[in-house]
Design a protein around this ligand. Structure first.
Ligand code: SIN
Length: 329
């Protein structure tokens, strides 16, 4: 009897806690991220060979707090190359959880392939008691190998849960259930060897509509709203001539009277200002108090609103066109 050909899943490793190593099994903080190679990671999950033919390569071996735009662009290019290879059926990207949502969102904007692309990571290093990385890796490969995952765009799989790159965000500093999708909810779950999607692929807006940038993205800063604000940080950004400011405002992106005139002045200097929210959930929408050219971020958290604005500003769009794109979120 001939053995059925398994899907070919290629892994791109970026480092992170999933590849983290500590001196003792009870050390779950203060370890070195990105220390273990992809072959070692795969050795911890021999069951993976029953699901897929797996190959892998290292793109970076970083603690993802050090993620740069150059690395995200490198990752996107490599992902695109792999996805255009007919012998590869899907991709898994192992990544540090701290900025996993940024890379996943960036790829969701720049990659259009219908083949599954699944990000995963871990909250406990590979050397820890009850390390979560091996099962997360197995589940990510399971998802990438599943025909059901085709067309969903970029997915994030951790802790038996499947999320879309647009909505997922890291919500807890240390727990294994840190990734949540506060607005649209999880896309699906993995129970044992079974994958279940609860929502159709259309819940991944803006997918693959940008080409991978060939030059540095426009300089864009995030400001965090708080009580007793003053305008000096906005003044510094005007002086620096940044291209955009994401204002992580209070509640629904509200801006204090102390900062509002400074942000209006920034707009007069051609700086695009996006109102987002520091609450972590819910939408920021355009209101009469903050008309265009203020842009409202929709449900995007500030760090994702920043990436979208950078890609849009590189296209030299006007505020009306920019708002139209944010409205999809
Ligand atoms: C990192 O983001 O690289 C370290 C933390 C983690 O992966 O959980």
């Amino acid at each position: 009897m001939t053995k059925e050909k398994l899907p070919h899943i290629h892994i791109l490793a970026m480092g992170g806690t999933i590849a983290g190593s500590a001196a003792h099994a009870d050390e779950t903080v203060g370890y070195r991220a990105g220390a273990i190679g992809i072959d070692e990671l795969l050795k911890a999950v021999p069951q993976i060979t029953d699901i897929a033919e797996v190959t892998g390569e290292t793109v970076a071996a970083i603690d993802s707090k050090d993620l740069t735009e150059e690395l995200m662009i490198k990752l996107a290019h490599r992902a695109e190359e792999c996805l255009s290879d007919d012998s590869i059926d899907g991709l898994v990207i192992t990544h540090g959880t701290d900025t996993l949502e940024e890379s996943a969102f960036f790829l969701s904007l720049t990659i259009a392939s219908p083949k599954p692309v699944v990000f995963t990571g871990a909250m406990r290093p590979a050397t820890a008691l009850s390390a979560d990385g091996p099962l997360n890796l197995l589940n990510a490969v399971r998802t990438a190998a599943s025909p059901d995952a085709r067309g969903y765009g970029i997915l994030v799989v951790l802790n038996d849960t499947i999320h879309s790159a647009a909505d997922v965000t890291k919500c807890d500093t240390s727990r294994v259930d840190t990734f949540r999708s506060p607005n649209r909810g999880e896309l699906g779950r993995i129970t044992g060897s079974q994958l279940r999607f609860f929502a159709p692929p259309s819940s991944a807006p803006g997918r693959g509509t940008f080409s991978i940038p060939s030059e540095a993205l426009p300089e864009t800063a995030i400001l965090y709203g708080h009580e007793n604000e003053s305008r000096f940080l906005v003044d510094a950004l005007i002086e620096k001539n940044v291209s955009g400011i994401i204002y992580a405002g209070k509640g629904m992106g509200s801006i204090s009277e102390a900062v509002l005139p400074a942000l209006r002045e920034a707009q007069e200097h051609g700086i695009i200002v996006v109102r987002a929210s520091r609450t972590g959930a819910g939408a920021v929408i355009p209101t009469a108090i903050y008309p265009l050219p203020f842009i409202a971020s929709g449900t995007l958290v500030p760090q994702k609103a920043r990436l979208l604005l950078q890609l849009l500003s590189a296209k030299k769009m006007n505020p009306n066109e920019i708002q139209h794109v944010f409205n999809a979120y």
